[in-house]
Design a protein around this ligand. Sequence first.
Ligand SMILES: *[C@@H]1O[C@H](CO)[C@@H](O)[C@H](O)[C@H]1NC(C)=O
Ligand SMILES: *[C@@H]1O[C@H](CO)[C@@H](O)[C@H](O)[C@H]1NC(C)=O
Ligand SMILES: *[C@@H]1O[C@H](CO)[C@@H](O)[C@H](O)[C@H]1NC(C)=O
Ligand SMILES: *[C@@H]1O[C@H](CO)[C@@H](O)[C@H](O)[C@H]1NC(C)=O
Ligand SMILES: *[C@@H]1O[C@H](CO)[C@@H](O)[C@H](O)[C@H]1NC(C)=O
Length: 533
Amino acid sequence: MQLHISPSMRHVTVFPGKGVREFIKFKVTSRRLSYKMVIYSLLFMTFLLRFIFVLTAMDTIEGETQCSSLGCIGKRLGPRMWRRPDSASVTVPEEIYRVLEGAEPDEPTAGSDVPQTLEEFIEEMKSDRTDAKTFALRLRAMVSLLDQKTRVAKIQEYLYRHVASSSIPKPLHCLALRLAQEHSTNVGARHQLPAPERVPALVDPELYHFVLASDNVLAAAVVAASLVANALLPGSVVLHVITDRKTYAPMQAWFSLHPLAPAVVEVKALHHFDWFTRGRVPVMEAMEKDRAARSHFRGGSSAIVANVSEKPIIVAAKLQALSPKYHCVMNHIRIHLPELFPSLNKVVFLDDDVVVQADLSPLWDIDLQGKVNGAVETCRGADKFVMSKRLKHYLNFSHPLISKNFQPDECAWAYGMNVFDLEAWRKTNISVTYYHWLQKNLESDLSLWQLGTLPPGLIAFHGHVHVIDPYWHMLGLGYQENTTVEDAEKAAVIHFNGRAKPWLDIAFPEIRPLWAKYLNLSDKLIRACNIRA
Ligand SMILES: *[C@@H]1O[C@H](CO)[C@@H](O)[C@H](O)[C@H]1NC(C)=O
Ligand SMILES: *[C@@H]1O[C@H](CO)[C@@H](O)[C@H](O)[C@H]1NC(C)=O
Ligand SMILES: *[C@@H]1O[C@H](CO)[C@@H](O)[C@H](O)[C@H]1NC(C)=O
Ligand SMILES: *[C@@H]1O[C@H](CO)[C@@H](O)[C@H](O)[C@H]1NC(C)=O
Ligand SMILES: *[C@@H]1O[C@H](CO)[C@@H](O)[C@H](O)[C@H]1NC(C)=O
């Protein structure tokens, strides 16, 4: 008998003895179900109940001498354990439930005499004269051990998923390298962006200015292509691409080789901005402190893994919190929009995991009513799974600093596509508040919130958000697959927030084409890097 548990615990499969074709698939549906209960119920279903069934149903199919199957073992064990002497009926003895539901045994270790596998367990039950209590105790010990192993496997799976979603897949790496090469060898890949005659557009507040911060050329290419392709007045679109030092050459090369005229595209690295080089940037300092704090966060990674009472997904999340991804400056760049674009009044900030599917110029007609940030809410809507986020889901309301300043049930809103009124913003303390709270979180050992840039954003923009129609921004395409293509097609901007980014292998195949259709598959570079629709 083999017990196979996929690391995600979504599928538990039991293969009964050799050659037996039938197997039982056990789907774990409730998210609340602990994996220990899953294993117990599984064992009960397939093991204990099978014993009982087999016992009552068959007697003579196997010879006593070659006892190799469950049925046979059941036959040997069974009458002692499951059949009441005075009756023909068969039940699981109370004693077994009592032991299994009782207090935890001491942590079993892999080296002790605990059966390591179901096979060993069966072997033991076969050879010894076993009563119900011993049976249950040994079963419990084995399950605890399996439990431990599963836990480790689960943490690993969450981390693998994290790596899968944050490491650079080969085609993207290839694209960046090819573009860097083009940049150094091909004059055509080094055009000034934008062309000199369009430079005035960069500071013309009458045009539609979009800001895209990304270190992923392919993602940025799709956002830009989709934005311009759907604009009614592409000549009025100005796209400001902000990237980091290492991605600057490839990014510049891409947009140089793929101009989106008549739209205006500017590519700048962070270090090209005046305010950044002038040195009075709290962001660098804050990020450095944040990095240091996180690396010691609750004893570092080994302490996090060692805490067995913590759920695997939390362990994985804490380990992720140590990842460099969460304290890079690019992540926090949007909090500096007023300084980055001193001559503009209004911009739309796009994340690089979105696809634009409609003309976005009407966003400039929305009256933000004096508010700074036009965003979609994330607590109302037909999709209950995606639209269930309130402040309490991001902030720790057990902390007095949070509970005395905010309401747990207040609706949250989303980053991804936001209209920012920079003029209104400059009259507020939003950026200062942002850093103030980053600092507070560091001082309280990251207990106000643990991950991400949205929580401090929710705090800093508190009272400065104007809710816009959900049509403008549809969320969730990167973490759940039951958005229908028809629904997604109706949204102005779709957002692949979550792990399943459309440029990764783990993307959801049904909705990926909505992204891939903005790739030109006959393009030389796209083909050379094996990027497929
Ligand atoms: C282990 O995790 C539990 C559950 O979240 C938590 O209450 C406890 O403080 C943690 N222990 C350590 C040493 O971090
Ligand atoms: C900005 O912060 C300062 C000091 O905290 C405060 O005095 C001032 O009123 C704030 N300004 C606005 C517009 O909130
Ligand atoms: C939330 O805040 C409380 C009170 O400071 C703290 O004890 C707890 O550890 C925090 N929770 C998390 C998950 O950090
Ligand atoms: C969508 O899928 C998730 C799991 O991916 C599920 O929990 C949720 O109930 C589904 N929502 C709808 C509306 O079917
Ligand atoms: C796609 O790329 C090919 C080859 O570079 C080019 O000739 C063609 O015009 C491009 N198509 C679009 C729609 O940009």
